[in-house]
Design a protein around this ligand. Structure first.
Ligand code: AHR
Length: 496
């Protein structure tokens, strides 16, 4: 199968914000306790943080972490999780006891060790505008007022300078604690934003939203003047209740549905004059929805099924290819998408799985490693002049899917090209001819690839089948460069 990619590297389209490689951690199952924080682990230091997890996160250059939720945050009170006396409470979102052992100070410490920006999502469910703005005081005021003084008393004299804050999480949804209707939401966000920005006008604010006109019209008319971001979430394989994970081909069909919410939100922002002022934060996304059935049930076991998120064979090359397609859309629309947070990064449906003897790097992990290490920050013009297509017929959809998904980049100040080439096809390799600007002198090409021995390949304890390989290409410069990319693979072609 053959595709042709034309690149006009002199036409620079946009510059990507590295926050599109962001991550999310929620107080759910083993993401925090038993994930990044486990004082009983042989891998943890005195601060309780697993060093093997921290090193793996450093390797993918995590730029920002969103915390503490997610649904969890909509009945969370941050003041119970600071200082020497932590107050355990019953978390009504996930119906478990939260010890509050890991709170704001621990989260900030973790981000500092990792070198990632902290992004705090506030409680717009049972919380108030005052509780949110008190949180900004605690984190960002040098010493004025009760909450900054309490931070100092807790042993943290320097302000944390938390720049990114969200008002709420999915408050539009009936499943959320303290859900609100469209009229309530606009006013609530405005009043909360007003107070938070009066504490620290330099913070960047986002609000829970969806790519829906009615919800956004009211939100943006009431509070748009205070917002810097609009937050949207999506999970395409909706297995929250049944855990019947979609197969590879269906997941490839899902890759054709990634762009639509971005475009819809962009056009809503445009229609209200907010393009260029408000950007999109896709601050929860994952191919797979988290599995947590029966959360409202009075009779069914709602806890044990959550352990099914830990089955590593669930996460295959479908997850890796979908992740790359999602990031390609963020790069393509980097004029309006400035942040994205993979949900989550550790355990549940994440890229890193922790167990007593170590960690497992799931296929998605290698996509983040490939993209953060080898892609550039400038998006240049490229288009597929020829592309093979395959078809997927499932119970409720028929999709024609281009084998190849590609985007071309370069690094600021360099003419070298760094091209993401994805082969979605389940079992056929693809020959891609890259047509370059002949006026630019290139000298060599290397292909870095995330590969697995089948479309259903996965990693598990003692089983490392999915990995990154490197191939130095023989290329008769200055003719066109033809590369063969494996089926179900994610590749970055570096041309210097
Ligand atoms: O399934 C996890 C939940 O998905 C997150 O807590 C919430 O933000 C989203 O609905």
């Amino acid at each position: 199968m053959v595709s042709k990619l034309k690149i006009n590297s002199r036409r620079e389209l946009s510059k990507r914000d590295k926050k599109i490689f962001g991550q999310f951690l929620e107080h759910f199952h083993r993401q925090i306790y038993g994930g990044i924080y486990d004082p009983t682990s042989a891998f943890s230091e005195n601060n309780g943080f697993r060093q093997d997890v921290l090193e793996a996160l450093k390797r993918i250059q995590v730029p920002i972490i969103r915390w503490p939720g997610g649904c969890f945050v909509s009945a969370y009170h941050w003041k119970d999780a600071i200082g020497k006396q932590r107050t355990p409470y019953f978390d009504k979102a996930w119906r478990v006891e939260e010890s509050n052992e890991f709170g704001t100070d621990e989260f900030i410490e973790y981000c500092l060790l990792l070198g990632a920006e902290p992004y705090i999502c506030t409680n717009a469910g049972t919380g108030s505008a005052e509780e949110m703005s008190d949180w900004v005081e605690y984190c960002n005021l040098p010493s004025e007022g009760k909450w900054a003084k309490l931070r100092i008393e807790n042993g943290h004299p320097a302000p944390y300078k938390v720049k990114y804050w969200s008002i709420g999480n999915e408050n539009y949804g009936h499943w959320e604690m303290g859900a609100k209707d469209v009229k309530e939401w606009g006013r609530f966000v405005r009043e909360s934003a007003k107070m938070m920005k009066r504490v620290d006008p330099t913070i960047e604010l986002m609000a829970a939203s969806i790519s829906d006109l009615d919800w956004n019209l009211d939100l943006l008319r009431e509070a748009g003047q205070y917002l810097d971001w609009i937050s949207i979430h999506d999970y395409w394989d909706k297995v929250q209740e049944n855990n019947d994970l979609s197969d590879y081909e269906t997941c490839m069909a899902y890759t054709m549905d990634i762009e639509q919410p971005i475009l819809k939100t962009k056009y809503i922002l445009g229609s209200l004059g907010y393009l260029g002022k408000i950007r999109i934060a896709y601050d929860e996304w994952n191919l797979r929805g988290w599995h947590h059935p029966h959360v409202n049930s009075g009779t069914e076991d709602y806890l044990t099924p959550r352990d099914k998120n830990d089955i590593n064979s669930s996460y295959t090359m479908a997850d890796a290819v979908f992740t790359a397609c999602f990031l390609n859309q963020c790069l393509k629309h980097s004029d309006v998408v400035g942040m994205a947070n993979f949900s989550p990064i550790v355990n549940t449906r994440g890229a890193i799985f922790t167990h007593q003897e170590g960690i497992v790097l799931r296929p998605t992990y290698f996509v983040f490693e490939l993209y953060t290490r080898y892609l550039g920050d400038i998006i240049v013009d490229s288009w597929l002049s020829e592309s093979s297509i395959f078809h997927v017929d499932t119970a409720n959809m028929t999709k024609s899917i281009p084998n190849v998904d590609a985007i071309a980049t370069k690094r600021s100040g360099s003419e070298g090209l760094r091209v993401a080439l994805i082969n979605r096809h389940p079992d056929q390799a693809e020959s891609v001819t890259v047509q370059l600007d002949s006026s630019i002198q290139y000298s060599n090409a290397v292909l870095y690839s995330v590969v697995g021995d089948s479309k259903d390949a996965y990693n598990d304890i003692g089983k490392e089948h999915v990995r990154i390989i490197e191939q130095h290409l023989n290329w008769k410069i200055p003719s066109d460069l033809t590369v063969e990319i494996q089926p179900h693979s994610v590749n970055v072609l570096v041309i210097k």
